[in-house]
Ligand binder design. Structure first.
Ligand code: CMC
Length: 392
């Protein structure tokens, strides 16, 4: 028969060509369309980065204004969607709600997602970038039993998200510019990361010609796991469980013990064998935000820094090239903003949506697009005859 390359976990298989994101794992380098993530995090902002990822170039002032206008035009979700949310248990995890609601968008926008039409793909992309914050905020509001808050287009993208999460009819949330800037930076740092598990899922789903909202729902489902986007929730819960600096050695010992399934959450990466550049920016951001909020005495941040310091000196972590990843410090910032841990992964999902949809678009324009169809090495029983039930 045919001969296949066996590559579990796809550690050495390139599944596509792409012009969007570049990672050099040994150097700890991450570029979006050629621009270093550090520069984008410092000088740009999320919607500009969305434009860059989608169209390949930084926008002119006029292009940016037009793009922002197109996005804000689509921030509301159909009113009927409210009923869809209400079908979930009131204490449903917001990721569960998001998988369902984003998938259901395919039923609302089937009219405008004829994916053979480039213009319709464009509309789908804009809708997704515009609506994901609204959907994530609604999932949050539903989970805490508060009324949904409509988007407010006079606010910027991050400020609007904070508003939809934290305003209540009794009191409007006054958006703190420090927090909206920090929120925007978190979105930017998560915007794309080449062929990670969830992006590969979106591409695989899209390769069959599936509706783009359904493809993004598949990406959200994949992101949820603790080895991927779910690590940010798991990481803060771990830091809280450790609680105090004196308990760190116990957890380091557990992470090294091969008989213990425990891993240091927010540590290690398939591609980075050096510092995750996003973690560096996130750490600086955590310091900045906590200081500006006057809570630099935060015990969780102390535990995180000391854990990082000890791990980076430990032979086990050094020899395996395990460094903090993007999820290590993000939770500390989100916690300081007032988000419960269950919202950390939904925030990752809404930030990554632009990466997913940019990659989906890139794939749909590829004249050589083929349905993704890996093969396997069969290790089961050889061909054999059926045995009647009374003879078994
Ligand atoms: N704590 C302790 N040991 C670890 C860790 C960790 N966090 N990560 C990897 N190792 C060990 C692992 O046990 C293995 O040891 P050995 O070779 O002796 O069996 C070795 O390092 C290589 O690990 P691997 O699982 O083969 O590596 P991978 O590339 O398949 O996995 C990973 C990468 C990110 C899933 C893994 O490092 C991990 O589980 N980390 C914790 C979860 C996490 O923080 N995920 C977020 C990833 S970054 C952003 C995102 O995708 O959301």
């Amino acid at each position: 028969g045919d001969v296949f390359t066996y590559d579990p976990g796809f550690t050495s298989t390139a599944s596509c060509t792409s012009t969007i994101t570049y990672i050099d794992g040994d150097k700890g380098e991450l570029l979006y369309r050629g621009y270093p993530i550090e520069q984008l995090a410092e000088k740009s902002h999320y919607l500009e980065v969305c434009y860059l990822l989608l169209y390949g170039e930084l926008p002119t002032a006029a292009q940016l204004e037009d793009f922002e206008h197109r996005v804000t035009n689509h921030t509301m979700v159909h009113e009927q969607m409210h009923n869809f949310f209400r079908g979930f248990r009131r204490d449903a995890h917001p990721m569960a709600t998001m998988v369902g609601v984003v998938g259901a968008m395919s039923a609302f926008y089937h009219d405008s997602t004829d994916i053979s039409d480039p213009w319709q793909r464009e509309v789908a992309a804009i809708r997704m970038i515009a609506k994901l914050p609204t959907i994530a905020a609604m999932a949050y509001k539903y989970s805490v039993g508060q009324p949904f808050v409509y988007p407010k287009n006079s606010l910027d993208y991050a400020g609007n998200f904070l508003h939809m999460c934290f305003s209540v009819p009794a009191e409007e949330y006054i958006v703190n510019p420090i927090l909206s800037k920090a929120m925007d930076r978190i979105f930017t740092l998560h915007a794309d990361h080449e062929q990670n598990a969830s992006t590969s899922t979106v591409r695989l789903a899209g390769s069959s010609g599936a509706n783009p909202f359904a493809c993004i729902a598949a990406g959200i489902a994949c992101l949820w796991g603790p080895a991927h986007g779910g690590a940010n929730q798991a990481c803060l819960e771990m830091l809280r469980e450790i609680g105090t600096v004196d308990r760190i050695p116990e957890y380091i010992a557990r992470a090294k013990d091969k008989d213990d399934p425990f891993r240091l959450m927010g540590f290690g990466h398939r591609v980075y064998k050096n510092f995750d550049p996003r973690a560096k920016v996130m750490k600086e951001s955590a310091d900045e935000v906590l200081e500006l909020l006057g809570i630099e005495d935060n015990e969780t941040l102390k535990v995180a820094k000391e854990l990082e310091r000890i791990a980076l000196e430990d032979e086990y972590f050094v020899s395996k090239k395990l460094y903090p990843n993007v999820d290590f410090y993000s939770g500390i910032i989100l916690d300081a903003m007032g988000f419960p841990t269950a919202m950390f992964t939904p925030i990752f999902a809404l930030s990554r949506t632009v990466g997913w949809i940019s990659q989906w678009k890139e794939m749909m324009f590829d004249p050589e697009l083929k349905i993704g169809r890996p093969r396997q090495l069969y290790t089961g029983a050889p061909a054999r005859g059926y045995i009647e039930v009374e003879d078994r």
